[in-house]
Design a protein around this ligand. Structure first.
Ligand code: PHE
Length: 344
């Protein structure tokens, strides 16, 4: 029986050597080591042997099975490693191949500028009005009357304002300031709001003017609001938007709905103040109109000007974008020329 065992062992060993794949190895394993395998058959017959032989043959059988198991395992691992390597070689990625070009969308520079301005103003405590407070199609009532604009003011002239055929008093808004009125009608002070949006003016189109553009209106009404607050907020806004190094100036001005009024200029970025075509030789570019809300405007919406004061401002988005990115023609924003847009 001992010999029989050794013979089986040799056969098994040589079959293990000969096996060429994991599958063949599994087959050998089944043939010799499974429950129905040759060794088990022998182990079953052990009980018929005399005791002392039983021990010798039994332990030999165990020893042989262990050896076979371990050599099957070794070969199995070698095959596994080989197959894995072959698979990895086959699946190898050529990292020197150029990648696929995936075109990426991006926001229009006016949108990103608006977003930037809005987030700066939000950080200074302003909230964006709901869209119904800021319609592009307005009545003269909101665009002019409630803003203290006299009936005979030249801005009302068809030369500047687009009148619609919807009704006699319906216009394309010429400024976002109407949003001030909507906001004050819609809520009680304290009011601290901004309204970004498109405005329309009947201009001759050139490098500096388009017949529509974008503004961001701001309004802060509460007790004890002063011109100092206005200066503080706008200076801080300019410092964040342009950086501390850009010179600015407050120039006294006039708007029917603010008193006193100011315009704020920043030094022309194209010529650094020397004077050029863009700044009409002045070295300065106006970016903002502002002032203390006129008591007549507060009265009109039922806010007592003896109790409350406020300031308002309106800034031109195109202007602010042109200055930041050194764009010398407003028409570039609206031509949809990809060579321009792809730079942002
Ligand atoms: N609405 C003014 C304009 O379009 C700007 C402005 C807004 C001025 C608010 C003062 C206060 O020129």
């Amino acid at each position: 029986m001992k010999e029989q065992l050794e013979k089986i062992y040799e056969c098994a060993n040589s079959e293990i050597e000969k096996a060429q794949s994991i599958a063949e190895l599994e087959e050998v394993k089944g043939k010799y080591l499974s429950r129905k395998g040759e060794f088990n058959e022998i182990k079953k017959n052990l009980k018929n042997l005399p005791d002392d032989e039983k021990r010798v043959v039994g332990s030999l059988a165990n020893e042989i099975t262990q050896k076979l198991e371990s050599s099957i395992k070794t070969r199995f691992e070698a095959f596994y490693q080989k197959e894995l390597n072959e698979k990895l070689m086959k699946d190898k990625i050529d990292i020197t191949l150029p990648g696929k070009f995936i075109p990426q969308g991006h926001v229009h520079p006016l949108t990103s500028t608006t977003n930037e301005i809005v987030s700066i103003l939000q950080s200074l405590g302003f909230s964006v009005v709901p869209s119904e407070f800021s319609p592009e199609v307005e009545t003269e009532y909101y665009n002019f009357d409630m803003l203290n604009v006299p009936k005979d003011h030249p801005a009302r002239d068809v030369q500047d304002t687009f009148y619609t055929t919807i009704a006699k008093n319906v216009v394309l808004r010429s400024q976002t300031s109407g949003a001030q009125i909507h906001a004050m009608e819609g809520q009680k002070p304290p009011i601290r709001v901004i309204a970004p949006g498109r405005v329309y003016r009947n201009e001759n189109i050139n490098a500096r003017k388009n017949n529509f553009f974008h503004q961001i209106e701001g309004l802060y009404v509460d007790k004890d609001i002063t011109f100092g607050d206005l200066k503080g907020v706008l200076n801080e806004f300019i410092r964040i938007y342009f950086g501390a190094s850009r010179p600015t100036r407050f120039r006294s001005s006039f708007f029917p709905f603010t008193e006193p009024s100011a315009e704020i200029d920043v030094q022309c970025i194209m010529c650094e103040g020397k004077g050029c075509k863009i700044c009409s030789g002045t070295g300065w570019l106006e970016i903002l109109g502002a002032g203390m809300v006129d008591p007549n405007v507060l009265k009109g919406v039922g806010i007592d000007p003896d109790v409350y004061t406020g300031f308002a401002f309106g800034m031109g988005v195109e202007r602010l974008a042109m200055l930041k990115y050194a764009i010398d023609d407003i028409r570039l924003f609206f031509n949809n020329d990809e060579r321009f847009l792809n730079q942002f």
